[in-house]
Write a protein that binds this ligand. Structure first.
Ligand code: PEP
Ligand code: MG
Length: 308
């Protein structure tokens, strides 16, 4: 019993009957790696690379990128690191991209869309990631933010493979992408659902707008339904589908996400212990039942009550 109690505190994420749900950390730089270790994260599910690009009038040089990425990969030797290519625009404007003229930045040239105008920013970053990954022992996966179509996903996967990186994925942040999850998994190796943006674009509610918090609630059944489409596509294809938005940090939602077919939850390191403990309180069958009920609920408050 003492052993079981300890693994509930530090072991890999799993339901009470052993269905694995990887518990991963969101990081912005190597500074966050100690916190991830302290929480016994099984790897990094979202390495946000924007930090290096913020407040720059010019793109950071390839070598500078290599150094920053390598530090994180080294710290995660033997573990998975999902690194996200630059997510500029909207709530993360970058001076060197000169995006000031957009009337609706959240609906503008952001995330992967920047590569339409500045393809060299993406190819340089992918080359830097490939160089940084070499000989670090980390299992490096690369994903793109703000993908809407199969064409975009296929183009990104080709660029990732061209750079010599074996694992390409896309984030699901736009309803159009969630609806086509099965097709996307035909051209990429994994999906990671960014619930912050997926909520924003599903409910047409600015993620920065506190007055609309009820619409941005991760328990909204419409959001859960889109997650269910992705989870089902993951089950069918056998390819990993994770969640890396704020929703992944909600302990009560963890069994629901597991039941929807989500295989990894990536969150701020400090949220990991409570999510681990919550998952361990349910069997996988119970998770599936809760998931079914939550998607069928009439509203977010009712969905929440189902888990209690
Ligand atoms: C998200 O949108 O849920 C996400 C994880 O990405 P970010 O919060 O960096 O936009
Ligand atoms: Mg996002």
């Amino acid at each position: 019993a003492a052993h079981a109690a300890k693994s509930e505190l530090t072991g890999p994420g799993a339901t009470s009957d052993g269905h694995a749900v990887k518990l991963l950390a969101n990081v912005g730089s190597a500074k966050n790696v100690p916190a991830a270790d302290e929480a016994h994260a099984e790897g990094v599910g979202l390495f946000r690379t924007e930090l290096l690009f913020l407040d720059r009038t010019a793109e950071p040089a390839r070598d500078e990128q290599v150094t920053a990425y390598r530090e994180v990969f080294r710290g995660m030797a033997g573990r998975r690191v999902v690194i996200r290519t630059l997510d500029a625009g909207a709530d993360k404007p970058l001076p060197f991209l000169n995006q000031d003229g957009e009337p609706n930045p959240a609906l503008g040239v952001r995330g992967l869309r920047v590569a339409r105008q500045r393809p060299e920013v993406l190819t340089t970053q992918l080359a830097a990631i490939a160089a940084a990954a070499a000989d670090t022992g980390a299992d490096v996966w690369v994903m793109a933010p703000m993908v809407s179509t199969l064409t975009e996903a296929a183009g990104f996967a080709a660029a990732v493979h061209e750079a010599g990186l074996p694992r390409a994925g896309v984030m699901i942040e736009v309803p159009a992408a969630a609806l086509r999850a099965r097709d996307l998994l035909g051209v990429v190796d994994f999906l990671s659902i960014g619930t912050n943006d997926l909520s924003q674009y599903t409910f047409a509610a600015d993620r920065m707008c506190g007055d609309l918090a009820d619409l941005l609630d991760p328990w909204q059944p419409a959001l859960l339904q889109l997650i269910a489409i992705c989870g089902e596509a993951g089950r069918e294809s056998g390819k990993p589908v994770g969640v890396c938005g704020e929703a992944a940090a909600d302990p009560a939602l963890a069994p629901v996400l597991a039941g929807l077919g989500i295989g990894s939850l990536s969150m701020s390191p400090r949220a990991i212990p409570a999510v681990r403990a919550s998952l361990a309180r349910y069997t996988y069958d119970e998770c599936r039942r809760l998931a079914e009920l939550a998607v069928a609920a009439p509203d977010a408050a009712s969905a929440r009550k189902i888990v209690g």
